[in-house]
Design a protein. Structure first.
Length: 391
């Protein structure tokens, strides 16, 4: 019996060793694009050139997307801070809607808008600067404008608002600036960026650092909610994974058909952040605009129940509710707004190419093309662009 158990043990060790060798051969990590930042929480690494892929494993055959970050940590080309004479400058603040490394730089919607403006002989030279960073919420976009954005002397600042931003305002799982009310006034607490000399490494961190086979199994299994919870109980996942799950769940609360206290708190903080950002933009002599970016399930409603039922299967949802709430607020505050939901739904009904990456939720190149074109048409129609001088 002992001999049999020994053979089984040897077999397991050999199998694990072979699996580790295969995993090491198959592992081809993309460039690390993000670094901690004491003001923003995180940012793209300045002056970085590299690549991004949806998977680090060769057998997934995920395409490698070239990535270029400018010297100020923006996913864009270099622009001098001083605006050239006769140029209209538009600064776009966004999360991964604009700062998506999964789309080639020139295909991101701010660059589409810049090209459209340049090709339209009605408008004077127009630069559209992309200050989007993946994962950002409204508080970080405010901090980005105050730290870097204003220095580009923008004439127009466009905030790209994703519905997840409401949940981000109350999310504690990420080291982001935190919006709070103190004596009825909005205050921003600095991000709690983890120290590089942190607590002793966890079991999960040690395994992840030394075993590619573990990293492979973790990456595949962590996509399954029930498996994530089991791995967390075994301390094979850090607690932040489940905290992020809770944060994602809270981000969906804006779609609840009935009233929800947590969503109401998020909306209250969001309203205060939008007012603060508008006031800071206007104090710098620029005009403020909001783009409302729809999520995939709003455009393709047949895809939404699978996501919803993981978190709120017993409660009803209203896919249009958050857009109504936000449009009413922006109208009351006299903030010009472009809601992309009607245009995206119309394009989806036309049966053209998918506007979202399946299983990802981010815009495809076609989604960015539609958004960039709609943005420049809106800015021109509403008088935010300067007419070209002829003669």
């Amino acid at each position: 019996m002992l001999r049999g158990a020994g053979l089984v043990l040897v077999g397991v060790v050999v199998a694990l060793g072979a699996g580790e060798l295969v995993a090491r051969w198959a592992f081809d990590p993309p460039t690390v694009l993000i670094e901690p930042d004491p003001i923003l929480g995180w940012r793209y690494v300045p002056s970085l050139t590299g690549s991004w892929a949806a998977s680090a494993w060769k057998f997934d055959r995920a395409p490698r997307i070239p990535v270029r970050v400018n010297s100020q940590g923006l996913l864009d080309r270099e622009y001098p801070f001083e605006k050239p004479p006769g140029v209209v400058r538009v600064l776009v603040l966004a999360d991964s809607v604009g700062g998506d490394p999964g789309v080639p730089l020139d295909a991101l919607f701010p660059k589409v808008a810049e090209r459209r403006a340049g090709a339209d002989r009605r408008w004077s030279p127009t630069e559209v600067i992309n200050a989007g960073v993946t994962g950002f919420g409204t508080a970080q976009e405010l901090a980005m404008f105050e730290a870097v954005g204003w220095r580009y002397e923008p004439d127009v600042v466009v905030l790209t608002f994703s519905m997840s931003d409401v949940g981000d305002s109350t999310d504690l799982s990420e080291p982001r600036p935190r919006a709070v009310f103190q004596d009825g006034l909005l205050a921003l607490e600095p991000p709690r960026v983890p120290s590089p000399v942190a607590e002793p490494p966890s079991r999960a961190r040690l395994l992840g650092a030394h075993s590619r086979l573990y990293a492979l199994a973790r990456e595949k299994l962590v996509r399954i909610p029930a498996t994530r919870r089991v791995l967390a109980r075994l301390h094979l996942l850090g607690p932040r994974v489940l905290q992020a799950d809770a944060g994602f769940r809270d981000g969906l609360r804006v779609f609840l058909a009935d009233d929800d206290a947590h969503a109401a708190r998020g909306w209250g903080l969001t309203a205060a952040l939008l007012r603060r950002l508008r006031d800071r933009v206007q104090a710098r002599g620029a005009r403020f605009v909001v783009i409302i970016a729809p999520i995939e399930g709003q455009v393709y409603p047949e895809r939404f129940p699978a996501l919803w039922n993981q978190h709120f299967s017993a409660r009803r949802y209203d896919l249009d509710k958050p857009n109504r709430v936000l449009r009413e607020f922006l109208a009351t505050e006299r903030i010009p707004a472009l809601d992309l939901l009607p245009a995206f739904r119309a394009r989806s009904r036309a049966g053209d190419a998918d506007l979202y990456r399946r299983g990802d939720g981010h815009w495809t190149v076609q989604g960015h093309e539609l958004a960039g074109s709609a943005l420049i048409e809106f800015l021109g129609r509403e008088g935010f662009l300067a007419a070209r001088v002829t003669g």
